[in-house]
Write a protein that binds this ligand. Structure first.
Ligand code: IPD
Ligand code: CA
Ligand code: CA
Length: 266
């Protein structure tokens, strides 16, 4: 069975087209021109080319829609009712180092709510997608979050902090606190895949501070439609595109949240 939805089909076509040059670039990684965007945050010509192809494809279908992208900023600012949210390569540092753990992430937001999304890993050929009310899929199979109930047995994943983060100490102490309870925490370097892996039960939970909206917009609906729970804790009104996110199966959600949010207030 496959998720058959007009919006997912549009996104899928854009991802497939963009992934062709992305796969080629990955194979020739050493020839790529790399310029520095900031410490610990690189942007490659591949990011830009992938994003351009995706935008062109999505605009063919809906020229009037707003677009929030990592590389080009906001397009069609006046349309805030229908927006695509794009991260052309989530996991750029992996990509740049020849590590096959990165994805294209495209979400569709309607009146402030993510309605559908795709996270596509072109190297492993894993296509995660979901649409509100219609379930979540990995390739042609329906996916669900894990059923793990015992928090200390959970396999968690996280990311960050960025080199430039001003709250590094807080993030490290949070990690230390959780790692004293949960023995296995991974750090794979692609938030979009991290959250999608929770959706298909490979991981039981994911959390991260200071994440950008485009990193997890598509993943959010994939996780929810897979029966998981997403929480955006401690929102910052001054940085609307930044998020602190916690995503997990429903069983361990409270324990993870209590550990991060409550204990930080104490
Ligand atoms: C990054 C990845 C990484 C996360 C960073 C993100 P990028 O996205 O999702 O896992 O820890 O916070 O910025 O820069 O590779 O698109
Ligand atoms: Ca990203
Ligand atoms: Ca990116």
């Amino acid at each position: 069975m496959r998720l058959n939805s007009p919006k997912i089909n549009i996104i899928s076509k854009a991802c497939m087209k963009a992934s062709r040059s992305l796969i080629r670039d990955f194979g020739e990684i050493e020839n790529l021109q790399v310029s520095t965007k900031g410490p610990g945050d690189f942007v490659t010509s591949s990011d830009k080319r992938t994003e351009k192809i995706i935008i062109e494809e999505l605009q063919k279908a809906h020229p009037d829609y707003g677009i929030i992208t990592e590389e080009s900023g906001i397009i069609n600012k006046s349309n805030t009712s229908n927006r695509w949210i794009i991260d052309p390569i989530d996991g750029t540092v992996n990509f740049l180092n020849g590590v096959p753990q990165f994805a294209i992430s495209v979400g569709y937001e309607e009146n402030g709510e993510i309605k559908c999304g795709v996270v596509f890993d072109p190297i492993k050929n894993e296509f995660f997608c979901a649409e509100k009310g219609n379930g979540a899929y990995l390739n042609n199979s329906r996916i669900r979050v894990s059923n793990k109930k015992i928090f200390k047995d959970a396999l968690l994943v996280t990311g960050g902090p960025k080199y430039s983060s001003k709250i590094k100490e807080k993030i490290f102490s949070e990690f230390e606190k959780i790692s004293k309870i949960v023995p296995n925490i991974r750090r794979f370097g692609s938030a979009a895949l991290d959250i999608s892996y929770v959706a298909c039960g490979r991981f039981d939970g994911y959390w991260q501070r200071e994440i950008n909206y485009w990193d997890i917009a598509a993943g959010t609906i994939i996780l929810k439609e897979a029966g998981g729970f997403v929480d955006f804790f401690e929102p910052d009104d001054k940085a609307p595109l930044k998020r602190n996110v916690l995503a997990s199966n429903t069983n361990i959600h409270k324990e993870l949240k209590d550990l991060i949010v409550k204990k930080n207030i104490e």
